[in-house]
Design a protein around this ligand. Structure first.
Ligand code: C2E
Ligand code: CA
Ligand code: CA
Length: 345
């Protein structure tokens, strides 16, 4: 009986589906009205099943189309299939890099973004940013592979490749006489619990022949107690080694100030979204000034990310900036090109 309570019209749906649906509905109601003793075609049991299946199938099609029209669903089309195939390919390449690749794997590229030192007016630090170059897709940006690498446990190997290549480039630039205070690499909390994480980190830096203070590590805010404890443990080990520690993306998560301050990191990176908000209203500018003053008094260095305009640069400078990073100065470039931003001698 529920099958008979189907509405008559579906405004957002191709009318052909509606006609077919009502055709099956009509047949089904004829079957229900025909006398039991009839040897009429309608009385074959298969006929009843066919009507019910027809109603169900077309009702589902209509229901789904309605949802699509209301934007609550998207139909899986050719484009989605291509995206799915590409994701699958990237995942298999990540697996191959993590399981068979070397620390020099050519598919993992180090890009970097020079960071401007406000006090000296020079570029003496930079951030390493990962890219992949894969045979079938060309250059792949982090938003398309970092979440996959984190989810499937490949991120640690990738980080170690970035660390290795970054350390070797630092060594090369130092040997050439360039002034580089340090380069930071990003770490994901997923990898901090890896067995031998610290040992591997130390041996890569030592093998490159650079000092620990010329490398820095960036962490994002922890989401829960377990993550926080992992970060805390690593931070104290890094500090003992002399590795500089950065808090990345400040202003994006639910900032837990107690936790942030008890980590005692060296540099706080104000996320680009804070600058965009401050561009728009006075309250956000006040917040920016408030937080940057607090961090400065607590002995942190303040770095602003995503600086794109002169107005933003000015705002950062009056809001206690020590370092500036953003497209205004440079987009990320292959790390081999970093020397053109550095001073020599
Ligand atoms: P992030 O660590 O916050 O890196 C900064 C991102 O902001 C970079 O994107 C950079 O290109 C972009 N950016 C810099 N200046 C500007 C600007 O002025 N305007 C705008 N609109 N964007 C700017 P990218 O390289 O695509 O990296 C995205 C994210 O991927 C990074 O965010 C980081 O979370 C992650 N990531 C990148 N490399 C690594 C890595 O080696 N390891 C890990 N774990 N994560 C990485
Ligand atoms: Ca970062
Ligand atoms: Ca950031």
């Amino acid at each position: 009986t529920r099958l008979n309570r189907i509405p008559r019209s579906f405004p957002n749906v191709n009318p052909v589906f509606t006609i077919i649906l009502h055709f099956f509905r009509l047949l089904y109601s004829m079957y229900r009205r025909s006398p039991a003793e009839s040897d009429h075609l309608l009385y074959y049991p298969q006929f009843r099943n066919i009507c019910q299946a027809g109603i169900l199938i077309f009702f589902s099609v209509i229901y789904f189309s309605e949802k699509v029209a209301q934007n609550s669903y998207r139909v899986f089309g050719e484009e989605d299939y291509q995206t799915y195939k590409e994701m699958h390919y990237i995942k298999s390449q990540l697996k191959d890099i993590a399981e068979h690749g070397s620390l020099d794997d050519e598919r993992v590229l180090v890009y970097c973004q020079p960071v401007r030192n406000v006090h000296t007016g020079t570029y003496d630090t930079a951030e390493s940013l990962m890219r992949l170059r894969l045979p079938q897709t060309g250059l792949v940006f982090p938003d398309r592979f970092i979440p996959l690498a984190e989810k499937y446990g490949y991120i640690h190997r990738l980080s170690m490749i970035i660390l290795n290549k970054t350390c070797r480039q630092i060594k090369h630039m130092q040997d050439e006489g360039y002034q580089i205070s340090r380069v930071s690499v990003n770490l994901s909390v997923e990898e901090l619990g890896e067995k031998d994480f610290m040992e591997e980190f130390k041996s890569i830096v030592r093998a490159a022949g650079i000092d620990f203070h010329t490398i820095a590590v960036e962490f994002t805010e922890s989401q829960n107690d377990t993550e926080y404890e992992l970060v805390q443990e690593c931070v104290s080990e890094f500090k003992q080694l002399g590795v500089c520690t950065y808090l990345d993306d400040f202003g994006t998560g639910y900032s837990n100030f107690d936790r942030i301050l008890s980590l005692k990191l060296d540099v706080v990176k104000f996320d680009r979204s804070l600058l965009l908000m401050a561009d728009q209203d006075a309250n956000s500018r006040f917040m920016l000034d408030y937080f940057s003053t607090a961090f400065e008094r607590l002995g942190y260095k303040v770095l602003y990310e995503g600086v794109e305009t002169d107005a933003q640069e000015e705002l950062c400078i009056i809001s206690h900036a020590d370092y500036l990073q953003g497209y205004k100065f440079s987009k990320p470039i292959p790390i081999e090109e970093l020397p053109r931003f550095l001073t020599r001698g």
